[in-house]
Design a protein. Structure first.
Length: 135
């Protein structure tokens, strides 16, 4: 027991089709040519085609390509990180260098002032000593 199709879902009968559509429907006895959608299969290579390959040259070319790509990719990945690391390392080194320079400059200033005071005291002593002898 099959259920009847819903109204309006039945295909139109062949005797009710207009003549221009009737010719577009192939008969069961006609051969219909369909466009080929399957990709063409490549012809298999002869087994001796690989015998002519210069494996050393091929290996060298592959090695050069892989190395070149690896170096390029590594540079792209590492350069920003290296700049960041080097930037902070340079900042730390500059801060240490600045602190050391400040300490050396302060030490030099103390030594210069100390020498100037010692020279002035020696000059005053010489003046007072000369004035005391001349009295």
């Amino acid at each position: 027991m099959s259920t009847p199709p819903p109204p309006g879902s039945q295909a139109p009968r062949a005797d009710t089709l207009p003549p221009e559509l009737d010719d577009a429907i192939p008969m069961l006895t006609e051969i219909v040519a369909l466009p080929s959608t399957a990709p063409a299969t490549p012809e298999p290579e002869p087994a001796d085609a690989w015998a002519d390959v210069d494996w050393t040259t091929l290996e060298q070319r592959i090695h050069e390509r892989v190395t070149s790509r690896l170096v390029h990719h590594t540079q792209e990945l590492l350069e920003p990180r290296l700049q960041q690391v080097l930037g902070s390392a340079v900042e730390r080194a500059a801060a240490v260098l600045a602190a050391e320079l400040q300490a050396h400059i302060a030490q030099l200033a103390l030594e210069i002032v100390g020498e100037a005071i010692a020279d002035e005291v020696a000059r005053l002593r010489d003046e007072l000593g000369a004035a005391g002898r001349s009295l």
